[in-house]
Design a protein around this ligand. Structure first.
Ligand code: EPU
Length: 417
């Protein structure tokens, strides 16, 4: 297993190109199942999760060609309707294949994803929604077996605005008979992206970006070309990096309108952030200030940036309370940050960070994607050397992270196992 070795202290100065959004790209690859025509995707990020989705589709007999940031996906015919355990266990988002398969092939067998490092993460809302659309669902031998001769539009009121649940149901409803209304739908930009993409394929979805989605089923969808939106979590991570290293970064391609809650919070923490020449400029001149934050569904402060903000708060001088309301157990980074000298106490769903103005380098272990990112940030700003093991988590969601960081002055190296 590769390791990352970071010698902290360098100010990050320069430009970082933000890649395509992982959490938009994944459902778009799956949505290609909704038509026999070719789908061309641009701005596809170079990530391990994207390799996994490609494997999953190829395993079904689907043509997937990839050249740099461009991908061609064509699901002319399917060899199997199964998403096997060995792929699903490496990427929970594999569950996104269920909706498109049901719509396209009327049947799907997808391994149950199981728990993960950030909590139990059930998929009951996906399954309840498919049942409401007319699917029969059985759980057998660790697999979800879903069947539907036809899917029929209905009203689905989600108890929680689940992101992939909304996407999954929207993809299935796009080819259902009649109209589906999803109430309390997720409003994340990635959900809007999936809706826009389906509309480009000939779908009829309205209400995107609001809590009520109306999906008029169509008889068939056709091929299209689409450029994937920039990754707002990658952008937020580099924003925090600029603040923590007292640097000055221009994040090329990042879209401020997707990052309002993050930008507001980082400004409160003392950063200067503004739009400039096709990107976002971020820097800090004064001290890092302690701020409180509470994660919420979009447009609230994203859970995917909670760990990074916590790392930053270790470098403030004062108390900060960070509450996680989206996931039950997303504080795996706390014990690792403590190894670097952080003073953090977890009480229920909140972490109380007593900022000491510094951390010291230490050997730490990556546990999930965003927790790993917070350790990289902590290492960049810490005194001395930080060695992060299990960095395969990072490769799932951060494209060439060490290259991008080195290009703006970081002393970071990947050591091959
Ligand atoms: N939930 C249920 N039942 C369900 C579905 C969700 O109880 O059937 C609960 C979850 O346990 C959680 C809450 O609802 O407490 C919200 O979860 P959601 O379903 O919205 O999360 P997700 O769709 O599984 C996506 C992203 C995550 C991101 C969350 C929240 C993708 C592929 N994943 O997950 O991204 O944290 O939304 O914004 O889009 C990451 O990129 O590192 C990542 C974890």
């Amino acid at each position: 297993m590769d390791k990352m070795i970071i010698r902290g202290g360098a100010r990050l100065i320069g430009e970082v190109q933000i890649g395509g959004a992982k959490n938009a790209a994944l459902p778009l690859f799956m949505a290609a199942l909704l038509t026999r025509d070719p789908i061309r995707l641009r701005n596809v990020p170079a990530l391990r999760d994207i390799n996994t989705v490609e494997k999953l589709l190829r395993n079904m007999g689907i043509r997937v060609e990839r050249k740099g940031a461009e991908a061609l996906v064509q699901a002319e015919s399917l060899d199997t309707i199964e998403a096997p355990y060995d792929l699903v266990r490496t990427m929970r988002a594999s569950i996104l294949v269920l909706g498109p398969l049901l719509a396209r092939a009327h049947e799907a067998k997808v391994s149950l994803p199981g728990g993960c490092a950030i909590g139990t993460r059930p998929i009951n809302l996906h399954l309840d929604g498919f049942q409401a659309l007319g699917a029969e669902i059985e759980l057998e031998h660790g697999y979800i077996h879903a069947r539907a001769e036809k899917l029929v539009g209905t009203t689905i009121d989600l108890p929680l605005p689940t992101v992939t649940g909304t996407e999954n149901l929207m993809m299935a409803a796009a080819l259902a008979e009649g109209t589906t209304v999803i109430e309390n739908a997720a409003r994340e930009p990635e959900v809007v992206e999936v809706g826009n993409f389906i509309n480009r394929m000939g779908g009829r979805i309205s209400g995107l970006g609001t809590k009520t989605l109306v999906i008029e089923g169509v008889g068939a969808l056709h091929g299209t070309e689409y450029t994937i939106m920039p990754d707002r979590v990658e952008a937020a991570t580099y924003m925090v990096a600029a603040g923590m290293t007292r640097g000055n970064l221009l994040l090329r391609g990042a879209r401020a309108e997707h990052l309002t809650a993050v930008i507001d919070k980082l400004r409160e923490a003392g950063m200067e952030i503004h739009q400039e020449n096709g990107g976002i400029r971020c820097l800090i001149t004064g001290p890092i200030k302690s701020v409180d934050a509470k994660t919420l569904p979009y447009p609230g402060f994203p859970t995917d940036v909670q760990a990074q903000l916590m790392a930053m708060m270790c470098f403030a001088n004062g108390l900060s309370v960070i509450s996680e309301t989206v996931f039950e157990n997303r504080f795996m980074h706390v014990s690792e940050l403590k190894r670097m000298g952080a003073d953090i106490q977890v009480e229920g769903h909140s972490a109380i960070v007593r900022g000491l103005g510094e951390l010291s380098g230490a050997p730490v272990m990556a546990t999930d994607l965003r927790a790993s990112a917070s350790l990289v940030l902590a290492g960049l700003a810490a005194n001395g050397t930080t060695e992060i093991s299990r960095i395969y988590h990072l490769d799932r969601g951060y494209e060439r992270m060490e290259e991008k960081l080195r290009a703006v002055g970081a002393d970071i190296q990947r050591v091959k196992a």
